[in-house]
Design a protein around this ligand. Sequence first.
Ligand SMILES: *Cc1c(COP(=O)(O)O)cnc(C)c1O
Length: 422
Amino acid sequence: MPPEGPAWLDQGWLHVWLPYAQMKHAAVPLPVVATEGVRIRLADGRELIDGIASWWTACHGYNHPHIRQAVERQLAALPHVMFGGLAHEQPYRLAARLAALLPGDLDRVFFTESGSVAVEVAIKMAVQYGLNRGLRGRSKVLAFRGGYHGDTIATMAVCDPEEGMHSHFGGLLPENVIADLPRDAAGLAALDALLQRRGPEIAAILVEPLVQGAGGMLFHEPEVLRRLRDLAERHDVLLIFDEIFTGFGRTGSMFACQQAGVVPDILTLSKGLTGGTLPLAATVASASVFEGFWSDDPGHALMHGPTYMGTALGCAAANATLDLFETEPRLQQVAAIEAQLKRELEPCRTLPGVRDVRVLGAIGVVELEAIRDLAALKRRFVAAGVWVRPFRNIVYLTPAFTIALDELSVLTGAIATVLGEG
Ligand SMILES: *Cc1c(COP(=O)(O)O)cnc(C)c1O
């Protein structure tokens, strides 16, 4: 169906391939001409209040002047130089700041440009860490049902087997070990037994701490992470936390692992890292993982290095983002959002078809029995003036931390109204 919109949309529509879309039936995307704060302005002049922060990235709202100025200054001085043999200030400052901010001895930062690649690097690190210690055969990852870690080949293979469509790509994907999260004593015993059996094949346990995001905004208790820490130690495997979604305040603390008092061996970051402005990701290793690569043997080096590694623009945006976490009360804002989401989403529990309402930090979820017509539901939210993107059987909010009380009420109100209409 040909779209009706600006000329660039009409012309480009024949040539772009959209994410996660059956193009034959895909709705034409809404043309956007500007953003500001939590507002998205459409080509026809309408404004939507954004409940998603562009896939959970724009934690300071759109067009924050502090990030814009930092990127503009960097663009004028030094947009990019290669990371091999040349050093420049932004990534070096950012690495030191991330190391200071992260708990424990997570203090060696490897930069990439996307979350999936950051997870790939984490997997590579874990496998090679074993090899460097002379352990052969530890090439698999233990990951969890409901998990999401990216779309590249290696990361698909550690996503939930059904959501990750492992069966489609059978021969291509590396085989890993996928288990249930140890939510109780029985789950812990089962996972312990699994590790007893397959531990010698496993390099690392990989989990999204506290919230499995793209897999359905599924929450678990901090205790689960403490169990995983114990199991990892007992079975001599590394523990990787994928904080690409949960990092930078989303769950109420700067990093989700802090709520469990658990320090993983490797941690991945992306989404909120540049406040939704430029692509950047980081894989952060503990001092002892890094030590596993410290050697006179050149074969023990980590063999990875993306072209745009440590991009100055992205790192400038990330440094500006960290400034904002220092100078503006982000975590208090998240706490206020959490309280408001609890208050205002709770009444949805009694609506027909609602199975669960849950809130953690700046994540609010209304889980339904099923969503029959996802496309129609999305259209109704737009008609209500909000950008809310239900998927599978959930309607959720992950707003910018800077959202005002009345703007958040518009979002929660739209959810209650639209779901209430059945
Ligand atoms: C989004 C996400 C990824 C993948 O990041 P991309 O930048 O899309 O490659 C990995 N892990 C988690 C937990 C994510 O939320």
